[in-house]
Ligand binder design. Sequence first.
Ligand SMILES: Cc1cc2nc3c(=O)[nH]c(=O)nc-3n(C[C@H](O)[C@H](O)[C@H](O)COP(=O)(O)OP(=O)(O)OC[C@H]3O[C@@H](n4cnc5c(N)ncnc54)[C@H](O)[C@@H]3O)c2cc1C
Length: 328
Amino acid sequence: MSTFKAIVIDKMEVGQTVRLTDFDERDLMDGDVTVAVEYSTLNYKDGLALTGRSPVVRRFPMIAGIDLAGTVKSSSHPAWKEGDKVVLNGWGLGESHLGAYAEVARVKGDWLVRLPSNMSAHEAMAIGTAGYTAMLSVMALERAGVALNAKGAIEVDDYSRSSVANIYAVGDVTDRVNLTPVAIAEGQAFAETVYNDNPTKPDHAGVPSAVFSDPELATVGLTEEAARRAFGAVDVYRTSFRALKHTLSGRSERTMMKLVVERAGGKVVGAHMVGEGAAEIIQGLAVALKAGATKCHFDRTIGIHPTAAEEFVTMRTPVPAPEKQAAE
Ligand SMILES: Cc1cc2nc3c(=O)[nH]c(=O)nc-3n(C[C@H](O)[C@H](O)[C@H](O)COP(=O)(O)OP(=O)(O)OC[C@H]3O[C@@H](n4cnc5c(N)ncnc54)[C@H](O)[C@@H]3O)c2cc1C
């Protein structure tokens, strides 16, 4: 009788047992290649199988281990002969077929991949299945003909639909505005469009953002430069001050705030701030900008005293326009 060491999961009346035990080679499942396993990995699915947290194991007893690298011991498969170095990922190993946490595995030759000559079994399993599913997904997308833009991101229309009608993409893979709440909003718009039959475009205008440095920096809407390009004439309101509390703390840190206003309609098209609390303050102002607030709305709003944010509603005099400054 030939036995080998294996980690075996057995089902009990309640729960399961996991043992390192001797396994009889005759109890291996059908397959045309027998592999001397050299290395395996510890995959999330293996964790689920070994702890029994999730019913991933489909037959008992089961040898755990979803992937392996090793050497062919014997083969009746035309592609493989004794001594060949092989890798196997998945194919139900450790779930429905006796797996890789063992000295020996018997598998189908069609499941095996040749180990690259410049890679050891150890190296192959160090990489393991990392990126494997991702790569299969990428290959499937390529085969489907999903088009990429010049930056390598998935090209989508206003409704997040890719060049293949039944494939949509949201989030960073589309490289529109790479922020968490934007990815969520794109996902919501996609769900609304596809599952509620209510075509909805994600709105990428006026997305506020912040740099959580010290002092903080936050911004919403157009920069002064972009606003000049978009509207020609703009008024810029700017203030820079030392926070009231720092007269007590003695710190010299200053705060800067800026409003960019489109001159013709008086609409506030940009709000920017550097200073403590900038992200919190700009998040609030983003609502006003989304609602189309004008400079008059800001002027009519009463401040909370003493706060830094009140400066945003008390700026009255625009800074001289660059064209005027140049003329002087
Ligand atoms: C260091 C850093 C700091 C950041 N800070 C902020 C911040 O403060 N605020 C903010 O709003 N944004 C921040 N971002 C940006 C934000 O993380 C991303 O915009 C956001 O996570 C995008 O969400 P997503 O769902 O498109 O992608 P991701 O969050 O990257 O999610 C994609 C997921 O898919 C998984 N995956 C990939 N391929 C496959 C596959 N084939 N099969 C199964 N799973 C797969 C990945 O493992 C990942 O978990 C930060 C980003 C970085 C890198």
